[in-house]
Design a protein around this ligand. Structure first.
Ligand code: PMP
Length: 356
Protein backbone atom coordinates (compact mmCIF):
# COMPACT_ATOMS: atom_id res chain seq x y z
CA UNK A 1 0.00 0.00 0.00
CA UNK A 2 2.38 2.77 1.16
CA UNK A 3 4.72 3.66 -1.63
CA UNK A 4 7.40 4.84 0.75
CA UNK A 5 9.03 3.66 3.93
CA UNK A 6 7.91 6.44 6.23
CA UNK A 7 10.30 6.73 9.19
CA UNK A 8 8.90 9.98 10.55
CA UNK A 9 8.65 10.30 14.31
CA UNK A 10 5.00 11.28 14.42
CA UNK A 11 2.61 11.26 12.70
CA UNK A 12 4.18 7.91 12.01
CA UNK A 13 3.66 4.85 9.85
CA UNK A 14 0.55 2.75 10.48
CA UNK A 15 0.23 -0.92 9.43
CA UNK A 16 -1.24 -1.45 5.93
CA UNK A 17 -4.01 -3.62 7.40
CA UNK A 18 -5.06 -0.79 9.70
CA UNK A 19 -5.06 1.73 6.86
CA UNK A 20 -7.22 -0.43 4.59
CA UNK A 21 -9.76 -1.18 7.31
CA UNK A 22 -9.87 2.51 8.24
CA UNK A 23 -10.33 3.47 4.57
CA UNK A 24 -13.25 1.03 4.22
CA UNK A 25 -14.89 2.48 7.31
CA UNK A 26 -14.61 5.99 5.94
CA UNK A 27 -16.96 4.88 3.15
CA UNK A 28 -19.25 2.88 5.44
CA UNK A 29 -18.74 1.75 9.01
CA UNK A 30 -19.88 -1.87 9.23
CA UNK A 31 -23.48 -2.06 8.02
CA UNK A 32 -24.51 1.22 9.57
CA UNK A 33 -25.14 2.94 6.22
CA UNK A 34 -22.95 5.86 7.33
CA UNK A 35 -19.24 6.67 7.41
CA UNK A 36 -17.17 6.33 10.59
CA UNK A 37 -16.65 10.09 10.14
CA UNK A 38 -20.39 10.56 10.62
CA UNK A 39 -20.82 8.17 13.52
CA UNK A 40 -22.18 9.78 16.69
CA UNK A 41 -19.95 9.62 19.76
CA UNK A 42 -22.88 8.44 21.88
CA UNK A 43 -24.03 5.79 19.40
CA UNK A 44 -23.98 2.17 20.55
CA UNK A 45 -21.44 1.44 17.80
CA UNK A 46 -18.99 4.02 19.13
CA UNK A 47 -19.50 2.96 22.76
CA UNK A 48 -18.52 -0.55 21.60
CA UNK A 49 -15.38 0.88 19.92
CA UNK A 50 -14.45 2.75 23.08
CA UNK A 51 -15.08 -0.23 25.37
CA UNK A 52 -12.99 -2.53 23.21
CA UNK A 53 -10.15 0.01 22.93
CA UNK A 54 -10.11 0.46 26.71
CA UNK A 55 -10.10 -3.29 27.27
CA UNK A 56 -7.23 -3.75 24.81
CA UNK A 57 -5.18 -1.01 26.49
CA UNK A 58 -5.70 -2.83 29.80
CA UNK A 59 -4.78 -6.17 28.26
CA UNK A 60 -1.75 -5.12 26.20
CA UNK A 61 -0.29 -2.98 28.99
CA UNK A 62 -1.09 -5.71 31.52
CA UNK A 63 -2.89 -3.18 33.73
CA UNK A 64 -4.74 -4.13 36.89
CA UNK A 65 -8.32 -3.00 37.51
CA UNK A 66 -6.95 -0.07 39.49
CA UNK A 67 -6.60 1.97 36.28
CA UNK A 68 -9.01 4.15 34.33
CA UNK A 69 -8.33 4.61 30.64
CA UNK A 70 -9.24 8.02 29.24
CA UNK A 71 -8.95 9.42 25.71
CA UNK A 72 -8.39 13.16 25.57
CA UNK A 73 -7.64 15.84 23.01
CA UNK A 74 -5.01 18.58 23.14
CA UNK A 75 -1.97 16.36 22.60
CA UNK A 76 1.11 15.95 24.76
CA UNK A 77 1.38 19.65 25.34
CA UNK A 78 -1.96 19.75 27.11
CA UNK A 79 -0.88 16.85 29.33
CA UNK A 80 2.19 18.90 30.32
CA UNK A 81 -0.30 21.37 31.84
CA UNK A 82 -3.09 19.04 32.96
CA UNK A 83 -0.72 17.01 35.15
CA UNK A 84 0.35 19.98 37.33
CA UNK A 85 -3.11 21.61 37.17
CA UNK A 86 -4.57 18.49 38.72
CA UNK A 87 -1.76 17.29 40.97
CA UNK A 88 0.52 20.17 41.92
CA UNK A 89 -0.74 22.48 44.66
CA UNK A 90 0.40 26.10 44.60
CA UNK A 91 2.78 25.65 47.51
CA UNK A 92 3.96 22.19 46.56
CA UNK A 93 6.97 21.04 44.58
CA UNK A 94 6.99 18.46 41.82
CA UNK A 95 10.12 16.63 40.67
CA UNK A 96 10.97 16.47 36.98
CA UNK A 97 13.76 14.62 35.22
CA UNK A 98 15.08 16.70 32.35
CA UNK A 99 16.08 14.14 29.74
CA UNK A 100 15.24 16.06 26.57
CA UNK A 101 13.23 18.74 24.83
CA UNK A 102 9.78 17.40 25.75
CA UNK A 103 10.79 16.52 29.30
CA UNK A 104 12.09 20.06 29.72
CA UNK A 105 8.94 21.54 28.25
CA UNK A 106 6.80 19.48 30.63
CA UNK A 107 8.77 20.91 33.57
CA UNK A 108 8.48 24.48 32.27
CA UNK A 109 4.71 24.07 31.88
CA UNK A 110 4.36 22.95 35.49
CA UNK A 111 5.95 26.15 36.81
CA UNK A 112 2.68 27.99 36.20
CA UNK A 113 0.98 25.95 38.92
CA UNK A 114 3.54 25.33 41.66
CA UNK A 115 7.24 24.77 42.29
CA UNK A 116 9.35 22.58 40.06
CA UNK A 117 12.54 20.87 41.04
CA UNK A 118 14.68 19.58 38.15
CA UNK A 119 16.08 16.54 39.89
CA UNK A 120 18.56 15.69 37.17
CA UNK A 121 19.33 16.91 33.69
CA UNK A 122 21.54 16.01 30.76
CA UNK A 123 21.03 19.34 29.03
CA UNK A 124 24.70 20.26 29.53
CA UNK A 125 25.73 17.32 27.32
CA UNK A 126 23.05 18.17 24.79
CA UNK A 127 20.94 15.21 26.00
CA UNK A 128 23.27 12.69 24.34
CA UNK A 129 22.79 10.40 27.33
CA UNK A 130 20.11 9.98 29.98
CA UNK A 131 20.83 11.93 33.15
CA UNK A 132 21.55 9.87 36.25
CA UNK A 133 18.53 8.63 38.20
CA UNK A 134 18.24 11.16 41.04
CA UNK A 135 17.56 10.73 44.71
CA UNK A 136 13.78 11.25 44.92
CA UNK A 137 12.47 12.85 48.11
CA UNK A 138 9.07 11.68 49.26
CA UNK A 139 7.77 15.16 50.01
CA UNK A 140 7.44 15.96 46.31
CA UNK A 141 3.90 16.05 44.91
CA UNK A 142 4.94 13.64 42.16
CA UNK A 143 7.82 12.65 39.91
CA UNK A 144 7.47 13.22 36.15
CA UNK A 145 9.63 11.42 33.63
CA UNK A 146 9.68 11.00 29.84
CA UNK A 147 10.30 7.35 29.07
CA UNK A 148 11.56 7.93 25.52
CA UNK A 149 13.13 11.14 24.29
CA UNK A 150 11.87 11.34 20.73
CA UNK A 151 14.21 14.06 19.51
CA UNK A 152 17.44 12.93 21.15
CA UNK A 153 16.93 9.16 20.89
CA UNK A 154 17.42 8.19 24.52
CA UNK A 155 15.16 5.88 26.51
CA UNK A 156 14.75 4.65 30.06
CA UNK A 157 14.70 0.85 30.03
CA UNK A 158 14.52 0.11 33.75
CA UNK A 159 12.76 2.58 35.99
CA UNK A 160 13.43 2.34 39.72
CA UNK A 161 10.49 2.05 42.13
CA UNK A 162 9.68 5.30 43.90
CA UNK A 163 7.45 5.96 46.87
CA UNK A 164 5.52 8.93 45.50
CA UNK A 165 3.18 9.25 42.51
CA UNK A 166 5.11 8.39 39.36
CA UNK A 167 3.88 10.11 36.18
CA UNK A 168 5.27 9.41 32.74
CA UNK A 169 5.06 10.78 29.24
CA UNK A 170 5.21 7.60 27.15
CA UNK A 171 4.27 9.27 23.89
CA UNK A 172 7.01 7.72 21.81
CA UNK A 173 7.43 4.27 23.30
CA UNK A 174 4.12 3.06 24.66
CA UNK A 175 3.69 -0.64 23.82
CA UNK A 176 7.05 -0.55 22.08
CA UNK A 177 9.40 -1.82 24.79
CA UNK A 178 8.95 -4.13 27.80
CA UNK A 179 7.55 -2.08 30.68
CA UNK A 180 5.88 -2.64 34.00
CA UNK A 181 2.98 -0.26 33.42
CA UNK A 182 1.56 -0.91 36.89
CA UNK A 183 4.54 0.93 38.31
CA UNK A 184 3.07 4.25 37.16
CA UNK A 185 0.30 6.22 38.80
CA UNK A 186 -0.44 8.04 35.56
CA UNK A 187 0.98 7.64 32.09
CA UNK A 188 0.00 9.35 28.89
CA UNK A 189 0.83 8.95 25.23
CA UNK A 190 -0.09 10.98 22.19
CA UNK A 191 -1.53 8.64 19.56
CA UNK A 192 0.40 9.77 16.50
CA UNK A 193 3.54 7.71 17.15
CA UNK A 194 2.83 4.17 18.26
CA UNK A 195 -0.94 4.11 18.70
CA UNK A 196 -2.79 5.68 15.78
CA UNK A 197 -3.34 9.04 14.11
CA UNK A 198 -2.97 12.49 15.66
CA UNK A 199 -5.94 13.97 17.46
CA UNK A 200 -6.21 11.88 20.58
CA UNK A 201 -4.08 11.20 23.65
CA UNK A 202 -4.29 8.12 25.80
CA UNK A 203 -4.21 8.63 29.57
CA UNK A 204 -4.08 5.73 32.02
CA UNK A 205 -4.55 6.79 35.58
CA UNK A 206 -4.83 4.99 38.91
CA UNK A 207 -8.27 5.46 40.41
CA UNK A 208 -6.83 6.52 43.76
CA UNK A 209 -4.98 9.41 42.11
CA UNK A 210 -8.23 10.63 40.54
CA UNK A 211 -9.55 11.56 43.94
CA UNK A 212 -6.68 13.93 44.67
CA UNK A 213 -7.12 16.91 42.34
CA UNK A 214 -5.50 20.04 43.79
CA UNK A 215 -7.77 22.70 42.31
CA UNK A 216 -11.21 23.39 40.96
CA UNK A 217 -10.80 23.16 37.21
CA UNK A 218 -12.91 23.51 34.10
CA UNK A 219 -14.39 20.04 33.53
CA UNK A 220 -12.46 19.48 30.29
CA UNK A 221 -9.16 19.88 32.17
CA UNK A 222 -10.10 17.71 35.13
CA UNK A 223 -9.05 14.06 34.95
CA UNK A 224 -11.72 12.98 37.41
CA UNK A 225 -14.52 14.56 35.37
CA UNK A 226 -13.20 13.07 32.13
CA UNK A 227 -12.94 9.65 33.75
CA UNK A 228 -16.44 9.93 35.23
CA UNK A 229 -17.77 10.80 31.77
CA UNK A 230 -15.92 7.78 30.27
CA UNK A 231 -14.04 10.00 27.78
CA UNK A 232 -17.35 11.46 26.54
CA UNK A 233 -17.43 14.79 28.31
CA UNK A 234 -17.42 16.41 24.90
CA UNK A 235 -17.59 15.03 21.35
CA UNK A 236 -14.87 12.39 21.27
CA UNK A 237 -12.55 12.17 18.22
CA UNK A 238 -14.40 9.10 16.94
CA UNK A 239 -12.21 8.40 13.93
CA UNK A 240 -8.90 8.80 15.79
CA UNK A 241 -10.03 6.46 18.59
CA UNK A 242 -11.34 3.96 16.02
CA UNK A 243 -7.97 3.87 14.22
CA UNK A 244 -6.25 3.37 17.59
CA UNK A 245 -8.59 0.41 18.16
CA UNK A 246 -7.70 -1.09 14.75
CA UNK A 247 -4.04 -0.70 15.63
CA UNK A 248 -4.49 -2.26 19.07
CA UNK A 249 -6.31 -5.20 17.46
CA UNK A 250 -3.46 -5.58 14.98
CA UNK A 251 -0.96 -5.61 17.84
CA UNK A 252 -2.92 -8.18 19.79
CA UNK A 253 -3.15 -10.44 16.73
CA UNK A 254 0.58 -10.14 16.15
CA UNK A 255 1.31 -10.75 19.83
CA UNK A 256 2.81 -8.04 22.01
CA UNK A 257 5.74 -10.28 23.00
CA UNK A 258 6.59 -10.87 19.32
CA UNK A 259 6.39 -7.15 18.65
CA UNK A 260 8.70 -6.26 21.54
CA UNK A 261 11.29 -8.81 20.40
CA UNK A 262 11.01 -7.55 16.84
CA UNK A 263 11.56 -3.98 18.05
CA UNK A 264 14.70 -5.07 19.87
CA UNK A 265 16.03 -6.81 16.74
CA UNK A 266 15.20 -3.84 14.51
CA UNK A 267 17.03 -1.36 16.74
CA UNK A 268 20.02 -3.65 17.32
CA UNK A 269 20.59 -4.25 13.64
CA UNK A 270 20.31 -0.58 12.75
CA UNK A 271 22.70 0.49 15.52
CA UNK A 272 25.15 -2.23 14.41
CA UNK A 273 25.01 -1.02 10.82
CA UNK A 274 25.84 2.52 11.96
CA UNK A 275 28.54 1.56 14.45
CA UNK A 276 32.06 2.16 13.11
CA UNK A 277 30.63 3.38 9.82
CA UNK A 278 32.97 5.56 7.71
CA UNK A 279 30.36 8.30 7.10
CA UNK A 280 28.02 8.09 10.09
CA UNK A 281 28.31 8.50 13.84
CA UNK A 282 25.94 7.46 16.59
CA UNK A 283 25.19 10.36 18.84
CA UNK A 284 23.84 8.64 21.96
CA UNK A 285 25.92 6.72 24.51
CA UNK A 286 25.26 2.95 24.20
CA UNK A 287 23.41 2.41 27.51
CA UNK A 288 20.96 5.26 26.84
CA UNK A 289 20.08 4.38 23.23
CA UNK A 290 16.43 4.24 22.32
CA UNK A 291 14.86 1.30 20.53
CA UNK A 292 12.27 3.64 19.08
CA UNK A 293 14.22 6.60 17.71
CA UNK A 294 17.69 5.92 16.32
CA UNK A 295 19.56 9.21 16.09
CA UNK A 296 22.72 9.55 14.02
CA UNK A 297 24.76 12.12 12.16
CA UNK A 298 26.98 12.08 9.12
CA UNK A 299 30.58 13.21 9.33
CA UNK A 300 29.85 16.50 7.49
CA UNK A 301 26.83 18.61 6.64
CA UNK A 302 27.48 18.06 2.94
CA UNK A 303 27.33 14.28 3.46
CA UNK A 304 24.13 14.74 5.47
CA UNK A 305 22.56 16.57 2.56
CA UNK A 306 23.61 13.87 0.13
CA UNK A 307 22.37 11.04 2.34
CA UNK A 308 19.03 12.75 2.87
CA UNK A 309 18.59 12.98 -0.91
CA UNK A 310 19.83 9.41 -1.42
CA UNK A 311 17.17 8.14 1.02
CA UNK A 312 14.40 10.05 -0.73
CA UNK A 313 15.56 8.72 -4.11
CA UNK A 314 15.17 5.22 -2.63
CA UNK A 315 11.67 5.79 -1.21
CA UNK A 316 12.83 6.29 2.37
CA UNK A 317 11.39 9.43 3.90
CA UNK A 318 10.92 11.14 7.24
CA UNK A 319 14.45 10.35 8.37
CA UNK A 320 15.77 13.90 8.76
CA UNK A 321 16.45 14.74 12.41
CA UNK A 322 14.30 17.19 14.36
CA UNK A 323 14.76 20.74 13.10
CA UNK A 324 16.40 21.72 16.41
CA UNK A 325 19.19 19.11 16.18
CA UNK A 326 19.67 18.19 12.51
CA UNK A 327 21.26 14.92 11.43
CA UNK A 328 19.03 11.87 11.13
CA UNK A 329 16.47 10.04 13.18
CA UNK A 330 14.85 6.78 12.18
CA UNK A 331 11.64 6.18 14.11
CA UNK A 332 11.26 2.42 14.46
CA UNK A 333 7.77 2.24 15.95
CA UNK A 334 5.71 -0.94 15.85
CA UNK A 335 4.42 -0.51 12.28
CA UNK A 336 7.97 -0.39 10.87
CA UNK A 337 8.74 -3.92 9.75
CA UNK A 338 12.07 -5.72 9.89
CA UNK A 339 12.10 -5.58 6.09
CA UNK A 340 11.77 -1.79 6.25
CA UNK A 341 14.80 -1.68 8.55
CA UNK A 342 16.72 -4.09 6.28
CA UNK A 343 16.03 -1.79 3.37
CA UNK A 344 17.28 1.22 5.31
CA UNK A 345 20.41 -0.72 6.25
CA UNK A 346 21.06 -1.63 2.64
CA UNK A 347 20.70 2.07 1.71
CA UNK A 348 23.20 2.93 4.44
CA UNK A 349 25.60 0.28 3.10
CA UNK A 350 25.24 1.38 -0.52
CA UNK A 351 25.63 5.06 0.17
CA UNK A 352 28.78 6.62 -1.29
CA UNK A 353 29.19 10.37 -0.93
CA UNK A 354 30.48 12.26 -3.93
CA UNK A 355 33.36 14.81 -3.78
CA UNK A 356 34.13 13.98 -0.18
N1 PMP B 1 5.96 14.19 24.38
C1 PMP B 1 6.80 13.56 23.54
C2 PMP B 1 7.73 12.53 24.10
C3 PMP B 1 6.80 13.87 22.18
O1 PMP B 1 7.65 13.25 21.35
C4 PMP B 1 5.90 14.85 21.70
C5 PMP B 1 5.77 15.22 20.24
N2 PMP B 1 6.70 14.81 19.39
C6 PMP B 1 5.07 15.50 22.60
C7 PMP B 1 5.12 15.13 23.94
C8 PMP B 1 4.14 16.60 22.16
O2 PMP B 1 3.02 16.09 21.58
P1 PMP B 1 1.92 17.01 20.88
O3 PMP B 1 2.55 17.55 19.62
O4 PMP B 1 0.80 16.09 20.61
O5 PMP B 1 1.58 18.09 21.85
Amino acid sequence: MSKKIWLGSGPAKLPDEVLSEAAKSVIEYGNTGISILELGHRSKEFIAILDEANALVHELCGLTDEYEVIWLQGGGRLQFSMVPMNFLGENETAGYIDSGFWAHDAAESAKLYGNVSLLSSSKDINYTSLPGWPEVKEDLAYLHITTNNTIYGTQWKEIPEVSLPLIADMSSDILGVPRNYNQFDLFYAVAQKNLGPAGVTLVCIKKELLAGSKRVLPAALDYQKNAAAHSLLNTAPVFAIYVCLLNLRWLKKKGIENQLLENERKANKLYSALENHPYFTLVVTPESRSRMNVVFRATSSEIEKQFSEFCKAHQIDGIDGHRSVGGFRAALYNAITEEDVDQLISIIKNFQPTND
